[in-house]
Design a protein around this ligand. Structure first.
Ligand SMILES: C[S@@+](CC[C@H](N)C(=O)[O-])C[C@H]1O[C@@H](n2cnc3c(N)ncnc32)[C@H](O)[C@@H]1O
Length: 246
């Protein structure tokens, strides 16, 4: 069953053009919050979110030498990267809007004997004071925000970063197989055409939009690539992985 569901993710057929039959699903912040709660509680593929993306290892390894101490995992989900951050010796903080995910991450960190502060919170108002962190990681977490909310989230990440702090953030690419396949909420924000995730909006960005969104940062490195669960590549799941500095 689990395998079937995972295979479905990888084999979602591209409709030839956007389905005109599907309407925009009912959507608001409460629905999104409930979506993530249910997603983590019930998902048979949640276990995949226990395998960190090797890119995050590489980033942390590179950045370790730059005097980084305090790291925030923003939208931590089940804490697969939170655990890596702690394992690599950083002071570790995390938040997520899903209570289930927060409790799961807290339990995971305790069982691994890693120190961390993991709290329930929203990108709208990140639950930490100004200039708290040397690095904020938003891996596949701010991609679910329509443009104005995404701008607010980036402003919040800027606020909680120390001067010269680093931001590592992913954006869904307009080259992603799901770009413009499902119902459109606004320019570049779509519901997916199929699967569980089709109930919540996803925002897709190109390089010029990323430059505009991160205009208060210096972009140090950026690559566009398919996402990975551990060593498994998700075909045509193109995302921009961006390292920027305040
Ligand atoms: C696909 S998961 C990624 C989780 C984690 N970063 C990882 O790589 O495993 C997206 C996470 O973002 C969280 N999220 C989405 N919108 C959020 C918001 N506005 N505020 C806080 N967390 C949010 C969800 O609850 C979910 O746990």
């Amino acid at each position: 069953m689990v395998e079937v569901e995972y295979q479905m993710i990888n084999t979602i057929q591209k409709p030839k053009r956007r389905s005109r039959k599907r309407k925009i699903p009912p959507w608001n912040k409460e629905i999104c919050e409930q979506y993530w709660e249910d997603h983590w509680k019930n998902s048979s593929i949640a276990y995949l979110f226990n395998q960190p993306d090797p890119e995050v290892f590489k980033l942390l390894d590179r950045i370790k030498r730059r005097g980084i101490k305090k790291v925030l995992d923003a939208g931590c989900g089940l804490g697969r990267h939170t655990a890596v951050i702690a394992k690599m010796g950083f002071e570790t903080f995390a938040f997520d809007r899903s209570e289930y995910a927060v409790n799961y991450t807290i339990n995971k960190m305790q069982s691994l004997n890693y120190k961390s502060e993991v709290v329930k919170g929203n990108f709208e108002k990140i639950p930490f004071p100004d200039k708290s962190f040397d690095l904020v990681i938003a891996y596949c977490s701010s991609i679910y925000l329509p443009l104005e909310e995404l701008k607010q989230a980036i402003a919040e990440m800027h606020r909680v970063l120390n001067d010269s702090g680093y931001l590592y953030i992913t954006f869904m690419s307009t080259q992603h197989k799901e770009y413009a396949r499902g119902p459109m909420l606004e320019k570049n924000t779509f519901f997916l055409s199929a699967g569980n995730c089709s109930l919540i909006p996803h925002h897709f960005s190109d390089k010029s939009e990323i430059n505009r969104l991160l205009n208060k940062f210096d972009i140090l490195a950026s690559k566009e690539k398919e996402l990975m669960f551990g060593t498994e590549i998700i075909p045509e799941s193109f995302h921009h992985l961006v390292l920027a500095r305040k």
